[in-house]
Write a new protein. Structure first.
Length: 158
């Protein structure tokens, strides 16, 4: 996770981010943080180590809130409902879902495109993974075809 992703995932302002980073990087300023988030300068080793620790040890507050929201809903939650809940753009919400799935959380797409759903049913996860995998194979095949590559190769030559 980058400092920009952390800021966006938690819906933080630069001032709020500064409060979190200041203890580990005392000389940091808001302009330096903004340059790091924009990619103009690299994250300091201390910030990189802190981010690694954050992503491995616990969910971000926004990830935890979304996970709890989905668990409590007990049904599929539309992307619009999630947007209204988080007050974040759809793209950031999709990134949060991606991060939660990457941590092993059982969040599937609701049947018939009804949204995201937290499930405890292994069969639902199995169905989702099958569909998700099939979709990724199609995307990979199309990308390889666009580059005139053999889709059966393990990598694409750019």
């Amino acid at each position: 996770m980058t400092i920009k992703e952390y800021k966006e995932a938690n819906g933080l302002t630069y001032g709020e981010l500064l409060e979190k980073v200041k203890p580990i990087e005392p000389k940091i300023t808001v302009p330096l943080l903004s340059y790091m988030c924009s990619g103009f300068i690299a994250e300091t080793p201390a910030i990189s180590a802190w981010l690694t620790k954050q992503t491995k040890s616990e969910l971000t507050p926004m990830e935890a809130a979304v996970l709890l929201y989905l668990k409590d809903a007990g049904r599929a939650v539309s992307r619009q409902e999630l947007k209204e809940f988080t007050k974040l753009p759809d793209r950031q919400n999709r990134k949060i879902i991606e991060n939660l799935r990457g941590r092993g959380e059982w969040i599937v797409n609701g049947e018939d495109g009804t949204g995201y759903k937290y499930t405890k049913e292994y069969r639902e996860v199995e169905d989702f993974v099958w569909t998700y995998t099939a979709r990724s194979k199609t995307i990979f095949r199309n990308a390889a075809a666009m580059l005139n590559n053999d889709p059966n190769q393990t990598g694409m030559n750019f």
